[in-house]
Design a protein around this ligand. Sequence first.
Ligand code: ADP
Length: 448
Amino acid sequence: APVNYDVVVIGSGGAGLAAAIQASDDGAHVVIIEKMPTIGGNTIKASVGMNAAETRFQKLKGIEDSKDLFYDETLKGGKFKNNPVLLREFVELAPEAIEWLAAKEIELCDITITGGMSIDRTHRPADRSAVGGFLISGLVKNINKRDIEVLLETSVAEILVENGVVTGVKVVDEYNDTRILNAKSVIVATGGFSANREMVVKYRPELDGFVTTNHAGATGSGIAMLQKIGADTVDMGEIQIHPTVEQTTSYLISEAIRGGGAILVSQAGKRFFNEMETRDKVSAEIIALPEKSAWVIFDEQVRLNNKAADEYIAKGFVISAPSPQELAIKLNMDLHALLATLERYNLFVEKQDDEDFGRKTALRHPLNQGPFYAIRIAPGVHHTMGGVTINPDTAVLDAQKQVIEGAWAAGEVVGGIHGANRIGGNAVADIIIFGILAGKNAAALARR
Ligand code: ADP
């Protein structure tokens, strides 16, 4: 027999969990459906943090930022392809989303920077650890506190529609049993499609053979299900490759390492670009090197400021040496070239002026404290900017820009917010901001 809910949430990443919490707090009877055996989706792998401007935590640190600047820099980073209405809403609601999390004991009070921004606005946990694990464990505590039902290893196969209105979903559980769940609102928070090689190559043939940083569940099934009920899509070919991915493990080397002062060096021992440029540009420069790969190089000071660095060391792919000379030997790199590169970079830090590549941010401190560290990296498929179209209420739109009643979408499954290139730290902001909104509006519709 069919089971009745007010709101069905598909996907247990950040967007789905935030939506479920908000819908529950607004009085809705909610269930979360997750096809994988574990909660957290790709969000759990998020590294750097959550962007927001004009937050309490920025003010506490004396950081003067503005929503307008956040808007302008995100638009520029997205090559002016971003949906301006959704982007404006994103920027406006970001500080409230930071407070929404803080009120749930998920405090992102330390602040750093990523590529494509001029001011520290990437919020992360106090201990400077990766944001994903911290965020998901905090959200899960909130899910448990509210007794929200989560069905793991259960996949939504179809969104059901009658007379143009969503009526529920068809799910398939781990025993291959099919069930119908009735609901007036269905929130699709299924993430992107970076792990669906066929779908990536369909839109971007030149990305065949690239590794992906994403978890296996990032298959784009939510996009396909929504298309089947008439949803329109936008920017499907806008697929982000992240410049710094360790290739043997597909492990993402966080931008926070560069934001903490690391540099990128070619096999020839030379810097080749502004490390703090946007992901698309840095990736293109790495692919243009003869080896199509490069080294992230940092020193002990950078390591001390980034918890992630210790994680990378524990994973076993960081090469370290007490001095730059010894590091160069281990990397099979021209010793003099590396020494000259470090000397020149350290001079730029002292002058706060990168004469070679115009790096303006995160010229933190000279790289001169051993041990020295290196990680070999190359780009990997990281984020799909495209997805289904929504209105500012997160209601899914069809090709005529009409609302499909009862269908909501939030997170990476949605297209348009990031334009042609997503800024590091904007995905976590996206999922929380629009997750909350989807939860609120889905609950309101269901209770009407
Ligand atoms: P976001 O960052 O937008 O929240 P995530 O990638 O973190 O997205 O999470 C999306 C989640 O949705 C993943 O855990 C994924 O396994 C799950 N998912 C994707 N498709 C389905 C489906 N058809 N049924 C149930 N869960 C799904």
